[in-house]
Design a protein around this ligand. Structure first.
Ligand code: MG
Length: 243
């Protein structure tokens, strides 16, 4: 593969920049605290209920959350309402406490993958613009970038919940091109989702790079990326040619 010559690199956030392995850990940690404060509740049963409540609620709310109609505070509150209702314990006070504790553990667990900061440092050094394009509510996506120390380390952040437009809609990629001030054929977009990231980039005339960290196998109907990499370090090497 010859070197990619680009003026801008767009990066997805969740599972591209942010290691999402915190999700389960934060829930389990929160359940332990709540169970310790309420001996009638069992930590493991609570964690299982929280997981089930989330899986039940998420398909109902995902689109509204991504388009900015539902905040992450509301999402967290409703998930804990449903979790605690299974134990007949859904007082407003307890829902608020569980939501607060859960949020604190999430904040403590936000970490970037090891290859994120080196890539952005290299791109910045070479004058290549970096813009984050993420599907999600404004509150939590901005918070993640702030905690990771990336807000002022990139040239722009485009959040679906702030525009009411989600990847793979080309308009969200158009917003990133405008922020970076580059043409589509001088940009690459990198993300872990074939549907949202690769599909959207292809529809926008932007070079589509699929970040496949887990060695996933694409489905028959998934869009085919221009390029597949297993890490951002691999992408960095492809962008390594000077010029
Ligand atoms: Mg992602």
């Amino acid at each position: 593969m010859s070197d990619l010559r680009v003026d801008a690199v767009f990066l997805d956030l969740d599972s591209t920049i942010l290691d999402e392995s915190y999700v389960i850990a934060a829930s389990i940690a929160a359940c332990k605290v709540i169970a310790a404060e309420h001996p009638e509740l069992d930590a493991a049963a609570l964690a299982r209920a929280n997981y089930e409540a989330w899986n039940e609620y998420w398909p109902e709310i995902e689109l509204g959350w991504v388009l900015g109609n539902v905040s992450t505070d509301e999402l967290r509150h409703e998930t804990w309402h449903r979790t605690l209702a299974r134990f007949g314990a859904s007082s407003e006070e307890l829902i608020a406490r569980a939501s607060e504790v859960h949020h604190e553990f999430e904040l403590a667990e936000y970490l970037p993958f090891d290859d994120v900061v080196p890539l952005i440092e290299e791109l910045r050094r070479r004058g290549i613009k970096v813009v984050v394009i993420t599907n999600g509510a404004s509150d939590v996506q901005r918070e993640k970038l702030e905690v990771l120390g990336l807000t002022d380390f990139v040239d722009g952040v485009i959040v679906s919940g702030e525009l009411g437009i989600e990847k793979p809609d080309p308009r969200i990629f158009g917003a990133a091109l405008a922020v970076a001030g580059v043409a589509a054929d001088r940009a690459v977009h990198v993300g872990d989702s074939l549907r949202s990231d690769v599909g959207g980039a292809l529809a926008s005339g932007i070079t589509a790079v699929w970040l496949n960290r887990e060695d996933a196998v694409p489905g028959p109907d998934d869009p085919a990326p221009d390029l597949e990499v297993a890490s951002l370090a691999e992408l960095g090497a492809l962008l390594g040619g000077r010029g």
